[in-house]
Write a protein that binds this ligand. Structure first.
Ligand code: NAP
Length: 280
């Protein structure tokens, strides 16, 4: 029997770790499937994706810059994709229609709680950035009931928009927006960098005193690009720091579970992918 076919689409896509992650999941769970990287063509995303599914693709992961287009393309969306306004996982239903899901937020929360042991309940959280990634994190974070959640963005209006659209989910959480130069005083228990890749402390120019002595600094970016922010956080006395590789593996596991109905054990896969990433 032919293996089921899956892929990730993005542009650029050459350095994607998703094919390696899914190959390890498939081997671990004995799934007959192949998973490859495909370069997306700006302006042709929808037609290409429909074509791939017509030709037998079972499922697709979507990465930068196509997550919003994938959202528009999907015929049905899960509630969390609807809330995030972006889709990173697609699959075909029996009638050929496409369902879109967003596994980023769930992947982040799982990495945070299961690997880093941090329960957001009653914590003070600061998110830097108000783009698509932050939008995906807000529902699961608010669901975990932090005491305070501040979204600080270079363009404060975008942070304000997010606060307005998620206010209904805030419950007892004090949810607020700010600019990067007007961040309300810390200290915060969790500081998340969800700005675009490769930003150093000079680009963000953050004030001192943001991190609690027991605080965790988490950069959604992984590998060398996360170093400037995590180095800055260490200098600020962060008790723990993490890049976003665990989130990447966890969001992939969420997609895999949606497609295959089986949840892989992410720990060994994360260790192996980390070794690959750090190999000279
Ligand atoms: P996005 O929608 O393009 O948003 C980018 C954000 O970065 C905006 O808030 C933007 O602020 C801010 N920004 C850009 N340049 C800046 C600068 N020079 N100074 C200060 N702020 C700046 O991107 P995204 O989809 O949210 O992704 C954010 C990051 O998360 C990306 O690096 C992405 O690779 C990463 N990510 C990782 C995972 C994972 O699994 N580990 C998953 C999803 C995303 P303005 O609004 O002012 O432009």
């Amino acid at each position: 029997m032919k293996p089921d076919r899956y892929a990730v689409v993005g542009n650029p896509i050459g350095h994607s770790l998703s094919p390696s992650i899914h190959a390890l999941f498939a081997a671990q769970t004995n799934q007959a499937m192949v998973y490859e990287a495909r370069l997306g063509r700006p302006g042709h995303f929808a037609e290409d994706v429909r074509d791939w599914f017509r030709n037998g693709l079972h499922g697709l992961n979507v990465t930068v810059p196509f997550k919003e287009e994938a959202f528009r393309l999907a015929d049905h969306r899960t509630a969390r994709a609807q809330r995030a306004g972006a889709v990173n996982t697609l699959w075909a239903e029996a009638d050929g229609t496409l369902t879109g899901d967003n596994t980023d937020g769930a992947g982040f929360l799982r990495d945070l709680s299961a690997r880093m042991g941090l329960d957001p309940a009653n914590r003070k959280i600061l998110i830097l950035g108000a783009g698509g990634a932050t939008r995906g994190l807000l529902e699961p974070l608010l669901h975990a009931a932090p005491a305070r959640l501040v979204i600080a963005n270079r363009t404060p209006e975008r942070a304000l928009e997010l606060v307005a659209s998620f206010a209904g989910l805030a419950g007892a959480t004090h949810l607020e927006a700010s600019g990067l130069d007007t961040i309300p005083d810390g200290p915060y228990d969790l500081l998340i960098n969800a700005t675009a890749a490769g930003l150093g402390k000079d680009a963000l120019n953050l004030p001192p005193g943001l991190l609690a002595a027991t605080g965790l600094a988490y950069d959604l970016v992984y590998g060398p690009a996360s170093r400037p922010f995590l180095d800055w956080a260490r200098q600020q006395g962060a008790a723990r720091v993490s890049d976003g590789l665990g989130m990447l593996v966890e969001q992939a596991a969420e997609s895999f579970a949606a497609w295959r109905g089986i949840r892989p054990d992410t720990g060994p896969v994360l260790r192996e992918i980390r070794q690959t990433l750090e190999a000279p």
